[in-house]
Design a protein around this ligand. Structure first.
Ligand code: IPE
Ligand code: IPE
Ligand code: MG
Length: 254
């Protein structure tokens, strides 16, 4: 594995290795940060220790994305289905936005990062939502990497909400059903204004999308790695980018 990884490197490594910085860098990378629980269990630790370690990794991967010139990094942090988990685990997860932003917000501001969020604000506790809203407000004029958290997010919920909004426009007489276009739909999605993800990375070896960005992933390239999220390093990230650079994207053409 070490030898293979040597192929993938950019500016920090030797010149004869593949230089991902000279290839096409995806504009929008989305990540399903999975495997925190298994990472902890493998070490005889409680699952929440994995979530804490996972949170720490967000900083490293954000900075790597920024250095690579990726424009948008969307991170799936909590799904609409994750409420099914034991209350203690959910409570722990809901404390992480505050801890993460408390530790990192100044550094993110210094690096010109813009924070955004996709997902339903309804149901999120005050102590999770407030630091995010503050982060969004404090970074709204930044022009660098968009760090987009999917929190209390579900693709089906997003589509259902979008459908409701479009129905309301129709019933107000602003729009006729036969006039509806993909652009109307995109305008009412939570990702509105952002391009679709070019690359999806899912860690932990699971091969599914788990209700993530169902509309937006129509033509996204997918990269699955066995690395668990807390152990997903910038080298794994480079490997995913190098893999992406070898794909031929046809979008249905030839
Ligand atoms: C991902 O790790 C974090 C969240 C879903 C919040 P998991 O908690 O799903 O970890 P595994 O999949 O059980 O190992
Ligand atoms: C997807 O992971 C959600 C996040 C990473 C936030 P899950 O661990 O919840 O997904 P499933 O249950 O394995 O599909
Ligand atoms: Mg999981």
């Amino acid at each position: 594995m070490k030898e293979r990884l040597n192929l993938w490197f950019g500016k920090t490594k030797q010149a004869d290795r593949v230089d991902i910085t000279s290839g096409k860098i995806p504009k929008h990378v989305a990540v399903i940060m999975d495997g925190n629980g298994r990472w902890a269990r493998k070490r005889g630790l409680p699952r929440v220790a994995g979530h804490h370690q996972g949170m720490k990794n967000v900083k490293q991967i954000t900075m790597t994305a920024n250095d690579l010139g990726i424009e948008i990094l969307t991170l799936y942090a909590f799904s609409t289905e994750n409420w099914k988990r034991p209350k203690d685990e959910v409570d722990f997860l809901m404390k992480l936005p505050q801890e993460f932003l408390g530790l990192e917000i100044e550094e993110l501001i210094k690096n010109n990062v813009q924070i955004r969020m996709m997902g339903s604000r309804e149901g999120l506790p005050e102590h999770a939502l407030r630091p995010i809203e503050e982060g969004i407000e404090r970074t709204k004029n930044n022009t660098g990497l968009i760090l987009n958290f999917a929190l209390n997010y579900g693709g089906r919920k997003e589509l259902l909400y979008a459908a409701k909004q479009l129905c309301e426009s129709v019933s107000r007489g602003e729009l006729k059903p036969e006039e509806l276009t993909e652009e109307h739909m995109e305008a009412v999605l939570q990702s509105s204004g952002l391009p679709d993800p070019d690359l999806l990375i899912r860690t932990s070896g699971e091969l599914r999308v788990s209700n993530f960005m169902l509309w937006q992933m129509a033509y996204t390239e997918m990269w699955f790695t066995d690395a668990l999220w807390p152990e997903f390093t910038k080298e794994h990230f480079y490997e995913a980018i190098a893999g992406y650079q070898q794909r031929a994207r046809r979008f249905g053409g030839i």
